[in-house]
Design a protein around this ligand. Structure first.
Ligand SMILES: [Zn+2]
Length: 260
């Protein structure tokens, strides 16, 4: 049934562009959201199975507090887990899952920078970038197989799935987001952190810090999947007047998170 349906779906998508992202961009998306969410949930379960979870009280308290402030803006219930992993990385998955490495918590200077990271990651989820990547790369009839493969992250299909979700580095595959998706996640992210009451100007210092860190000897996993383009800081600065307006609004509503 799917193989007959598939060309029709593609044509319909091409004609109607299928979806519009939160920034108003037309997207080619044809995977059902339920399936992409299932992939995210399964990937998160696999990561929790394979990785060491951190029980550092300070880290967990700060991460949960910052993530809660941001997800309150977005709505829905989100699960947040801190992983014991020295590589500075963080991710958010379809199905409302957020993972932060202890290495990222060590790297950031303040709550605002971690809010910028989490806001950016949630931006990828809200703009359905995993679905977009999957729609571009896999046929509908692979969909069920890829879901099953999410418990076997080292299989070929499992690697593809983890790569599409942006957490493939865990299993030896890096699939960087493209420039369009990065810029979009930046814009959504900076708006989100501002609406949650975090000073959005720290998003710029966060990326500067990331770039500095990645110039050192240690590879920064986060930078491998979220490549920095020359225009990133320029785009963030362009968005700043609007983000500052949202920040002032949030502050006047009493949103002044003290997470760390
Ligand atoms: Zn990104």
């Amino acid at each position: 049934m799917f193989s007959k349906l598939f060309p029709i779906v593609i044509i319909t998508c091409l004609l109607s562009a299928c979806a519009t992202s939160p920034t108003g961009r037309s997207q080619f998306i044809f995977m059902p959201d339920t399936q992409i969410n299932q992939m995210g949930l399964q990937a998160f379960d696999t990561l929790k199975r394979d990785k060491k979870i951190s029980y550092n009280g300070q880290y967990n308290q700060a991460t949960t507090c910052i993530a809660n402030a941001i997800t309150q803006v977005v709505g829905g219930s989100w699960e947040v887990v801190v992983f014991e992993d020295s590589s500075p990385n963080a991710f958010a998955l379809p199905g409302n899952k957020i993972g932060v490495h202890t290495g990222m918590l060590k790297l950031v200077d303040n709550q605002e920078q971690l809010a910028a990271v989490i806001g950016h990651e949630i931006g990828h989820v809200l703009a359905k970038h995993s679905n977009e990547r999957a729609s571009q790369e896999i046929a509908m009839n692979q969909g069920l197989n890829i879901l099953q493969a999410m418990t076997m992250p080292t299989s070929a299909l499992g690697q593809l799935g983890f790569g599409l979700l942006g957490v493939g580095a865990e299993y030896g595959i890096l699939k960087p987001y493209g420039r369009t998706q990065e810029n979009e996640a930046d814009i959504i992210g900076v708006d989100l952190m501002a609406k949650a009451g975090f000073d959005p100007r720290y998003s710029v210092s966060l990326w500067q810090k990331m770039e500095q860190a990645s110039q050192g000897k240690q590879t920064v996993e986060f930078m491998s999947t979220h490549p920095s383009h020359a225009t990133r800081i320029q785009n963030l600065e362009q968005r700043m007047p609007q983000a500052m307006g949202l920040y002032q609004q949030a502050q006047s509503m009493g949103k002044q998170p003290r997470c760390a």
